[in-house]
Write a protein that binds this ligand. Structure first.
Ligand SMILES: [Zn+2]
Length: 96
């Protein structure tokens, strides 16, 4: 077990997780597998989804800026500021 080390003994549900996600070409092999507790597995999947979201909002922001669509620029700015404030997917840089 990785991450928190909790297991069945602690009454925690364990999930088999692809270290390299399937949708990124990760294979269903022992080498690419790990067990995660339900909470960390959910957390990992959520961060993957928010990551996709952040990238999408950054692209939308840049497009709206180019087109001078201030309403969409403002909307994306508000969304991305929440990402920044909560340090969600901080590894993805947003250039204002
Ligand atoms: Zn865990």
């Amino acid at each position: 077990m990785r991450h928190c080390g909790k297991g069945i003994k602690e009454g925690v549900e364990l999930h088999i997780d692809h270290i390299k996600p399937k949708d990124l070409g990760g294979k269903a092999e022992i080498e690419n597998g790990q067990t995660l507790c339900a909470q960390h597995n959910f957390h990992k999947k959520t961060l993957k989804q928010t990551e996709t979201g952040k990238k999408m909002f950054i692209r939308l922001y840049e497009l709206a800026k180019k087109e001078g669509n201030n309403e969409i620029v403002e909307f994306c700015t508000n969304v991305l500021e929440v990402y920044e404030k909560m340090n969600i997917n901080g590894h993805i840089e947003w250039k204002r």
